[in-house]
Structures are given as structure tokens and as C-alpha cells.
Design a binder for this molecule. Structure first.
Ligand code: GLC
Length: 752
């Protein structure tokens, strides 16, 4: 295989908003999307149909550039791109000339066959974070990764690749930051100085173009805002999806589903969601019900609703080959399935036996798929769990000559799951007619946050998987995702009661809080562990429900800015080396004000790194100074969680589900501190899209220690809060009792 180098630039022109640079072999185009976002695409074979599954924004029409003798210089208010002409290299600097990221001067971009690789300069102190659902440490320096969506059942904590593809990383060096999104759906590779003796980093793909977006915003929050501006942000999730979710492969009958739901209510353990895994279907045929075990789906769902439960059902892509199955017949008649190059339908086996696979790359197929959900929405399902969409089939190795329209498997594999989730989201949103659907997917590509929540697949019931899961959640938060879950308790294997309790307490601080287990594993409901442990699990689930006003406001932040609810400490304490220390890398901020330190089930004490500032242990209000490691106790009843000095955390009293009205009291907890702080409180009806037309209640709550005051700003939006009373709950203030006020939409001040 020959090495084809990019070579020297022969011509540089400006055409329709792009800088067009031609070499003997290839062409590079450069666009400016915003002052902090520049796109470079290098191709041997430019396609005029410039499309992306991830990017939803368009480039600017114009930008400033000049041609110097050996260079082209492109400048924005924030960035300078210097294009060296001979040989062609792309180097990014801050506006005042500090290097952010540069091509490796020797190798830059080149090809070996269809494989395209970009070699980049590695700075001595450079760290890398990101790539979403990837094994390894927070700092990915010295590691290499492959993106190739895989049904990674039985994965370990070092397995790569897993289920999802997010070819987006953030580089940190010299006190600076940048992001790089490689928008290429082929199998892709990232090497962060792993195999190059620290000389360079590199990334590339098996095919397609060297097509990347360089984000030069400073600070990880700003990079995430840019990345999610480019690839879109999530919508407000249904409030019920933020409650406790009880899943299992499978609750085998309507009776069993109802019994479990009833037991939650009898025991006064809050919960919102029940799941039906694959066994609710007739022979695993998608969009059908097993009429023996689920004779009356609507009746069952009505009963669930009467108990304030919602139902989520699973769907897989594989459509069973069965002449008596309408989905199959229609799919065949209308040519909706993936084919071999000779036009025969591609067949592989999954749960239902031999199946065909819808071509979700085709809009007509997506429409068809979306409309088929009526079989589930008619009886009342509101959540749709998309599984096996890597796509998975027994044997795992779908041939590369399988075709989806005019594209072959290698080009589409990494986006297949995303397109299934897109079809599910669009279809169910339409049918639900104004209600928010909840979509959950296992496979994903960059931009998935627009359509779906994700979970991290088939983990195992071990302490190391619990901590690994948290690293995955933290890393997924760097890719525009916020509604993220792991199988709490572990999918494969049986947790000890202690692990179950500990994992559940961490689960109450996980954006999506879902308990799930594989077929044949021990039962996992909160009451399966004996009375003492049941009480702890119940208390932690109650804590989740108390925190919902805070959590919902946190999701509003994700919707507005792309900031995740669970945040690696690297986001806010980027320059603090300790947050990258493998002993503390699992820690995260849950929303603006709470720091959570995950800890294994067998420890009763743990070292926690508290970053700069003062911190209070949640529960006891014991105060700690930050910028140090502290030893704290961690009995199973008390996961180490700390409130930041000045934190503002709106909470409520316990309710049994998000559907319950509650007592109408919003408890605004504030922890004393020397610095002013502000929190944006957000509320809406939790189920409809009316918030997009102004039906929300939003106000800033600020804490001003100089004025010894808590200030409630004026309410924006037309929604009437469900809390008629606001109580301020003080922590770490001397002689300050709880203060109660009416929830007026006008500004008011409470002093202490
Ligand atoms: C896959 C999913 C798992 C599900 C099972 C049966 O393994 O990852 O969550 O329970 O299939 O549908």
C-alpha cells in the first residue's frame, strides 16, 4: 500500500464562503462557523453533497484571510489559522499567537489506500479528555482507541471499542484548551501519543475525508457550548424519566409488571418507570405484544398509570422473517431492508431468529419505522428503548458488503444506531402529539443528544464496573450528552447486597437512574435485600426525589448550554492536576453545587480530593477546606457527597412519583460561603412542549454574603410554579432558622 502525501499547495482561492486549496493529489477546504470554530476538510474526491449526521449549523458567508508568500493566514476574533503552503499544513493559534494545536510538521495529513490519517504535534504537557464512552482514564494521553460500534456484551473495564462513537476530544496544554471533532462515520482511530514515543498524536479513519471542526474556545464549558451549538442540544426530558426506573430482562407477564409496581407503592418507595424488555413481544417481533402473557396491554398500562407509573418498552432493529408478520411483509414489499450488492436481502440472526434490518439511513424507512410505534403508543407506552442497534447480530461480524441504499456497512455502521433513535424520536414525538417521548439508545454517534438518552450497555455486578460506569458517565458528559445511565446493580452477575446498596446510592446521583439486570440474574428490586438494606435503598431513592427540582434545573442548563448534569471535575478545575489523578478521577460535580465521590462497597473510609474552595459534607454539614485530600467515612448509609460553599440547591419534600403534586413547598438549601453565587431555577409542566412557547417558570436565585441576602429574581415565563411556598434552609450559618416566604413572581430578598 502506497503512502500518498498531501503535498504542496498549488492554488489558493476563495469560493462561496470557503478557502479552497489545491494540491496535486487533493483539495482542502476551510470554513469558518463562528469566531471560535473553523472547519477543515481534506479530500481526494470532494463530494458537493456536503452532509453530516452530527452537524446542524452552517458556515459563515465570509471571513478575513490573506495570502502571504509561504502562508495563508485566516483570522477571526478568537483564532488564527496559519496554513503553511509548502507542504500543506494547518496550524491553529489563539488570536494573540499562542499555539493551540498544529499538524505534525513532517507528516500532516496523508493516505494509505483509502485510510486517511492526520498526525499532530504533541505538546509536552498536553492532556486529552473526551471520546465519550471509552475505557481508560480521564486523561487519555498514552492511550489509543477505535470507534466501531460494537455489541460489547461481556465487556471488561478495558474493552475497546464499546457501543458508541463520539470522535470528539478536548486537548489541554500550556493553560489553553481546544476541541477537535472529526466528523467521519467510518471506523476511526485516535492515538494520543500511545505508540509514538511521545512524538505526536494521530487520528484518522478507514475511509472518507479528513473532515474536522476545530474549536478554539477557551475553557471546557465554552468548548462544550460550541460543540453542542454545532451538533445540537437535548430537549427538556420528560420529568418522569428523571425519577427512579425499574427494569429487568424481563418481567415476563403483565401480572409481574403490575406486582412490582404495586410493591413500590405499598412500601412507599418512590418510583416512576417500569420497563418491558424483549419478552413482552410475540416471538420477539417488534411492534407486537405476546397476547398470552400480556393479554391486555392497554389495561395493564392504565393500571400502571393509575399508580403513577409510566411504561418503557424495548425495540430492536431486527425484523423477524415471518410471512404472517406485517412489518416484515411491508418492509420486503417496499424495499426497506439492507441488502447484499446483488439485491438479495441481508439476513442475520438475533433474538427473533432470522431477521432483516431496516435501512434507517433512508428517510422513508425512518418515517415507516416511526409510524409503526402506534402499536405501542395506542395502549399508552411513552418511552422507547432502542437496543442492539450497533447493529448487533449473533456472530457480531456483519459483512462489509451489506448495503444501505448506496452505502456499504463500513461507512454507516457507526451511525446506524443514531438513525434508528432519530426515527424513533421523530415518529413517537409525532404520534404522542405534544407529549415528550423518552428515547433510550445503546449505540450512538455524535449529535445523538438531539434525539435520545443513552446507557452504557451490559456491565457487570462488580465494584470496578461501578467505578468504570461513572468514568463513562463523566466522559459521555464531554460529548453533549447529559441524560446518561448505567445498569445500576450490574447487568451480568449478582451483586452482593452491599454493592447493590452502594450502587443505588450512586445511582441517585446518576442522570438517568435505572436498575437493570440480565435474564437469570438475581432479582434486583429494592426489597430483595432484607429490611435493613431496603431502608437504605429507600432513603437514597427518596433523596433523588428530594433533589428533583435541582436536577430538573440542571437539565435546563444542558438544554441551554450543553453542560452535562454529571460533570468530570476537569470541566471546572481544569488546571488542577489532582482532578486527573487516577485516585480521584471518578469524582464529579452533580449540577452546580454538589460533589460526589464514588466509592466501592467494601470501604468504610475513603480519600476524597476537594478542589479549591470550602465544602460541606451533605447531611452533617461538616466543613472542609478544599485544595486537599481529606479522609472521610463512607458507611453504606452515607455516600460521600459535598456541597460547595455558596451552593444553592432547590429541593422538595419526598413524593412517591413525579406525578404527585407534593406539598407545594420548595426548599432552597444554601451553604454559607464568602463568595457570591447564583443559580438558575427552572420549572415547567414536565411533560409537554409548551415550554418552548413560554410556558416555563424561571428565576435566578442568588446568594450575596456581603449583603447577607438571598435574592429571588423576577420570574420569567408564564408557567405557574407547583410550589406556592419557598423555604430557605441555611447550612453553616449561625443562628439562621428556616425562613418561609410566599412564592411571588416578583423579586424579593431574604436577609439573614
Ligand atoms: C441487550 C441489552 C440489555 C437487554 C438485553 C435483552 O443485552 O444490552 O440491556 O436487557 O439485550 O433485551
Amino acid at each position: 500500500m502506497q503512502l500518498e502525501i498531501l503535498g504542496n499547495a498549488n492554488t489558493v482561492t476563495y469560493q462561496n464562503g470557503a478557502l479552497v486549496i489545491k494540491t496535486a493529489q487533493a483539495e482542502a477546504r476551510v470554513w469558518v462557523y463562528s469566531p471560535t470554530i473553523i472547519r477543515v476538510c481534506i479530500s481526494k474526491n470532494f463530494s458537493e453533497a456536503d452532509s453530516s449526521f452530527a452537524v446542524i449549523e452552517k458556515p459563515l458567508d465570509d471571513f478575513t484571510w490573506r495570502h502571504l508568500s509561504e502562508q495563508v493566514e485566516l483570522t477571526t476574533a478568537a483564532l488564527k489559522l496559519i496554513v503553511n503552503i509548502n507542504p500543506l499544513r494547518f496550524n491553529f493559534y489563539t488570536a494573540d499567537g499562542k499555539p493551540l494545536s498544529e499538524d505534525d510538521a513532517r507528516f500532516g495529513t496523508n493516505w494509505q489506500g483509502e485510510r486517511v490519517i492526520n498526525y499532530r504535534k504533541l505538546y509536552p504537557d498536553e492532556k486529552f479528555i473526551g471520546l465519550g464512552e471509552k475505557a481508560g482514564d480521564l486523561n487519555r494521553r498514552g492511550c489509543n482507541y477505535v470507534n466501531w460500534n460494537t455489541d460489547a456484551s461481556l465487556h471488561t473495564i478495558t474493552t475497546d471499542p464499546l457501543y458508541k462513537t463520539f470522535p470528539f476530544f478536548i486537548g489541554l496544554h500550556s493553560g489553553l484548551s481546544y476541541g477537535l471533532f472529526f466528523d467521519n462515520t467510518h471506523k476511526s482511530y485516535f492515538d494520543f501519543g500511545a505508540t509514538t514515543d511521545e512524538q505526536m498524536s494521530w487520528f484518522g479513519a478507514d475511509g472518507g475525508d479528513m473532515n474536522y471542526y476545530f474549536i478554539g474556545a477557551q475553557g471546557i464549558r465554552n468548548i462544550l457550548a460550541d460543540y453542542t451549538w454545532l451538533t445540537g442540544r437535548m430537549e427538556m426530558p420528560p420529568l418522569w424519566s428523571l425519577g427512579y426506573q425499574q427494569c429487568r430482562w424481563s418481567y415476563m407477564s403483565a401480572g409481574e409488571v403490575l406486582d412490582v409496581a404495586r410493591t413500590f407503592r405499598e412500601k412507599h418507595i418512590p418510583a416512576d418507570v417500569m420497563y418491558c424488555d424483549i419478552d413482552y413481544m410475540d416471538g420477539y417481533k417488534i411492534f407486537t405484544w405476546n397476547r398470552e402473557t400480556f393479554p391486555d396491554p392497554k389495561g395493564m398500562i392504565d393500571e400502571l398509570k393509575a399508580m403513577d407509573f409510566r411504561l418503557v418498552t424495548i425495540v430492536d432493529p431486527g425484523i423477524k422473517i415471518d410471512e404472517n408478520y406485517s412489518e416484515y411483509k411491508e418492509g420486503v414489499d417496499k424495499h426497506y431492508f439492507a441488502t447484499y450488492p446483488n439485491g438479495e436481502l441481508y439476513t442475520a440472526s438475533v433474538w427473533p431468529g432470522r431477521c432483516h434490518f431496516p435501512d434507517f439511513l433512508n428517510e422513508e424507512v425512518r418515517e415507516w419505522w416511526g409510524a409503526s410505534f402506534k402499536a405501542l403508543t395506542d395502549p399508552g407506552v411513552e418511552g422507547f428503548w432502542n437496543d442492539m442497534n450497533e447493529p448487533a447480530a449473533w456472530g457480531q461480524n456483519m459483512p462489509w458488503l451489506v448495503k444501505f441504499g448506496d452505502k456499504f456497512m463500513p461507512e454507516i455502521r457507526n451511525v446506524y444506531g443514531m438513525q434508528m433513535a432519530r426515527a424513533t424520536y421523530n415518529g413517537t414525538k409525532r404520534i404522542l402529539n405534544g407529549k415528550r417521548p423518552f428515547i433510550l439508545t445503546r449505540a450512538a454517534y455524535a449529535g445523538i443528544q438531539r434525539y435520545s438518552a443513552v446507557w452504557t450497555g451490559d456491565n457487570a455486578a462488580t465494584d470496578e464496573h461501578m467505578l468504570f460506569g461513572q468514568r463513562l458517565v463523566n466522559s459521555l458528559g464531554l460529548t453533549g450528552m447529559s441524560l446518561i445511565g448505567v445498569d445500576i446493580g450490574g447487568f451480568m452477575g449478582n451483586p452482593t447486597p452491599e454493592l447493590m446498596v452502594r450502587w443505588n446510592s450512586l445511582g441517585s446521583y446518576t442522570p438517568m437512574y435505572r436498575n437493570h439486570a440480565a435474564l437469570g440474574m438475581s432479582m434486583r428490586e429494592p426489597w430483595q435485600w432484607g429490611d435493613e438494606y431496603e431502608q437504605i435503598i429507600k432513603k437514597d431513592i427518596e433523596q433523588r426525589y428530594k433533589l428533583l427540582p435541582y436536577i430538573y434545573s440542571g437539565f435546563y442548563q444542558s438544554v441551554q448550554t450543553g453542560l452535562p448534569l454529571s460533570r468530570t471535575l476537569a470541566i471546572d478545575y481544569t488546571q488542577d492536576e489532582n482532578v486527573f489523578d487516577i485516585n480521584y478521577q471518578n469524582q464529579f460535580l452533580f449540577g452546580d453545587g454538589l460533589l460526589v465521590a464514588p466509592v466501592i462497597s467494601t470501604a468504610d473510609g475513603v480519600d476524597v480530593y476537594l478542589p479549591a474552595g470550602d465544602w460541606y459534607r451533605l447531611g452533617s454539614d461538616e466543613k472542609y477546606s478544599g485544595s486537599q485530600v481529606v479522609k472521610v467515612s463512607c458507611p453504606l448509609t452515607d455516600l460521600p457527597v459535598f456541597a460547595k460553599a455558596g451552593a444553592i440547591v432547590p429541593m422538595q419534600n419526598v413524593v412517591q412519583s413525579t406525578n404527585e403534586a407534593g406539598d407545594g413547598i420548595l426548599l432552597v438549601h444554601i451553604w454559607n460561603g464568602t463568595e457570591a453565587n447564583a443559580f438558575v431555577y427552572y420549572e415547567d409542566d414536565g411533560t409537554s412542549y409548551d415550554y418552548q412557547n413560554g410556558a416555563f417558570y424561571k428565576r435566578e436565585i442568588s446568594f450575596d454574603p456581603q449583603k447577607r441576602a438571598v435574592i429571588f429574581g423576577e420570574v420569567e415565563g408564564s408557567f405557574v410554579s407547583k410550589y406556592s411556598i419557598i423555604k430557605v434552609v441555611w447550612h453553616g450559618f449561625e443562628n439562621a432558622g428556616t425562613i418561609e416566604a410566599e412564592n411571588s413572581t416578583q423579586p424579593f430578598i431574604i436577609t439573614y
